[in-house]
Design a binder for this molecule. Structure first.
Ligand code: AMP
Ligand code: MG
Length: 484
């Protein structure tokens, strides 16, 4: 391979002891074939793949050739899956290295679907083309919606079939994350009950993600508070755009605060707080409206791991950690209210704001109206929604909203700008995503690329986006599947 791809690897996690990982290379694939490369992200990482031969890129992004300086590992972690504690780990992924950019930002470069590891249990270690392209496009959409997320650098086919409900084309996704350390990583180490290992992980996290906490009085409590803050910001952002993660297990919650693991996730069309997409979520544990509660539940699991580091007196440690977790509700409420005020273009705070916001959501729910398009309607954009123009209750609500918009020196310029910054005009709607994935499976990447282009600019109407704003007319409950 030409040596013009300059990875700048410095593999700090693989230098930790064997408790944290298994040293393992990706398993070679039969017939590597690059499908897509994320040039925008490559640029951000100071990588230039433009002059590289396609065969070399195919070999690189399936793991058939490991770049110089890589030190490939599978990371150990555990997790509460739908409430049940399990030992997990990278069963179909390897971290090939940590890349440093010119401005010294550190990113994990991970292959997902790269073959079995000692953590694979009964899995085949592989991933399908559709699900990996799905992660590619949704993670790119999230990033451009200004929501922290892992990103996708490339997808390459393996030339091998994998067996799922139906046979799928195998593929490898190259995932880029500020790290892959999860709440589940802490759970794995905490379960080993060796305080020195827990301290190693804890100090590593402080150094890598939260160096500003280095000198705080009680670092463990500060980290808990900080992560809670980050995760509340994240879930408020998900609620803002109607995103439903689908599998908020503790192993799918990062310590960096980035959204991770786009499996059975989707964006809500018609507003219904109980919306669930995942076929395996029978009881709605991870429904849209439950996401804040689950975030809190996951943070409580994180707090449990930190107990030995909070205070030598266990009951005192539990008491202070519980106080922090108990403050979740108020912080969430405040941040959620502010987010909703922004969506409605409201300045300042009024006691009546909550009822104004809840009344709108109730109307949307009752009238079965699209969440994203309702806010577009308020901005005088997007498809025509007759019911919003005709319904007495809605018109009455609009009158109240207009009155509220007159307060705090607000003006059309101010509230339009605010609303345009918080309300996307286009989201990755399920039916569109499925449509482009099905074409991509038949080697037609054009529709995928068109959708990707639009999702890279979700707050603007720079393109003809009408077709992407339409809500599907179907009674079929959309389901995304796990075991992808
Ligand atoms: P996920 O549902 O992708 O968050 O994965 C949950 C756990 O199952 C992780 O430990 C994965 O590594 C593992 N896993 C998922 N799919 C496979 C597979 N095909 N082969 C091996 N392990 C897998
Ligand atoms: Mg996962």
């Amino acid at each position: 391979m030409k040596n013009n791809i300059i990875w700048n690897f410095d593999n700090s996690y693989s230098r930790l002891s064997d408790a944290f990982k298994e040293k393992i290379n990706p398993v070679a694939v039969e017939k590597p074939e690059l499908v897509i490369i994320n040039e925008n992200l490559a640029k951000d990482l100071n990588l230039d793949f433009s002059g590289v031969d396609k065969n070399d890129l195919s070999a690189l992004f399936t793991g058939n050739i490991l770049p110089d300086g890589s030190d490939s590992i599978a990371q150990a972690y555990a997790g509460h899956q739908f409430g049940h504690f399990t030992m997990l780990g990278d069963g179909r992924a390897v971290l090939i290295g940590e890349h440093l950019t010119a401005d010294n930002k550190r990113y994990d470069i991970q292959f997902k679907g790269s073959g079995k590891t000692s953590f694979s249990r009964n899995g085949d270690g592989r991933a399908g083309l559709g699900p990996m392209l799905r992660e590619f496009i949704i993670s790119e959409a999230m990033h451009n919606l200004n929501i922290p997320s892992t990103r996708s650098l490339a997808v390459a086919k393996t030339g091998e079939k994998i067996m799922r409900e139906n046979p799928l084309q195998g593929a490898v996704l190259t995932r880029v994350a500020s790290s892959h350390i999860r709440v589940g990583t802490f759970q794995y180490i905490a379960a080993r009950e060796k305080k020195d290992e827990l301290e190693v992980l804890f100090n590593y996290v402080i150094q890598r993600h939260y160096p500003e906490l280095e000198h705080s009085k009680n670092k463990a409590l500060s980290l808990l508070t900080k992560l809670m803050d980050k995760q509340i910001d994240l879930v408020v952002n998900w609620m803002r755009v109607g995103f439903i993660h689908g599998v908020m297990n503790t192993d799918n919650m990062t310590i960096s605060g980035e959204t991770i693991d786009y499996g059975p996730c989707a964006f809500m069309d018609i507003y219904d707080p109980k919306t669930v997409f995942s076929s395996i979520d029978k009881f709605g544990r991870y429904a849209y409206c439950n996401q804040p509660n689950i975030t809190k539940w996951n943070l409580a699991r994180f707090a449990e791991c930190l107990i030995p580091l909070i205070d030598n007196n266990k009951s005192k440690a539990i008491k202070t950690a519980t106080e922090i977790i108990d403050s979740f509700g108020d912080i969430y409420e405040e941040k959620w209210m502010n987010m909703m005020r922004n969506k409605l273009g409201l300045l300042g705070k009024e006691k009546e704001d909550k009822i104004l916001i809840l009344d709108l959501l109730t109307l949307m729910h009752e009238k079965k109206i699209d969440y994203t398009n309702t806010f577009c309607h308020l901005m005088k954009l997007g498809p025509k929604i007759d019911v919003l123009n005709e319904d007495k209750n809605f018109l009455n609500w609009k009158g109240r909203w207009r009155e509220r918009l007159k307060t705090y020196n607000n003006s059309p310029e101010k509230y339009n700008k605010l609303m345009r910054n918080f309300n996307p005009v286009v989201i990755p709607r399920n039916h569109k995503v499925e449509e482009v994935l099905s074409e991509a499976d038949n080697s037609n990447l054009k529709p995928f690329e068109s959708l990707l282009k639009i999702l890279r600019d979700p707050y603007n109407e720079n393109y003809n986006i009408t077709e992407y704003q339409i809500v599907p007319i179907t009674n079929k409950v959309y389901q995304t599947f796990c075991g992808t």
